[in-house]
Ligand binder design. Sequence first.
Ligand code: 5GP
Length: 138
Amino acid sequence: MNGCIFCKIVSGDIPSYKVYETEGTLAILDINPVAKGHVLVIPKGSSSSNIFDISAAEWAAVMETVRIVAIALEKALDADGVNLIMNNREHAGQVIFHPHVHLVPRFKGDGLKHWPPGKYVQGEAVAVKEKIRSVLIG
Ligand code: 5GP
């Protein structure tokens, strides 16, 4: 993980606007916000890249910080909602390979669009569901 920007933010080598901190997590303003108050929650540990290799304990700590900050964001910014987003791996849009969850405050009429909805053809949802369950349950 040497050279990772978020590791340098955690160590204090790169400055950031910290909004909240726990023993294992940091919440900072995103430098290029989708909306004012866009926050990133990151684990302080540097041994993982994304959801695929973060430990259960680190993930639990990240999620608890996400919960606390989401509540605070809505209150502090008088927002009408908050989106949680996590990009995992390059083709999912991940640019920084240190786990992080985006919190984007939302406002009525802000114009931000959700992903376009798709559709399953007849029988496809069952096949997809079975594929996923076979990995999870066997
Ligand atoms: P990703 O696409 O990996 O999920 O998102 C990376 C995020 O990190 C982007 O939203 C980007 O604006 C943010 N970012 C990149 N460099 C810095 C930085 O030096 N400081 C902060 N606070 N955010 C950064």
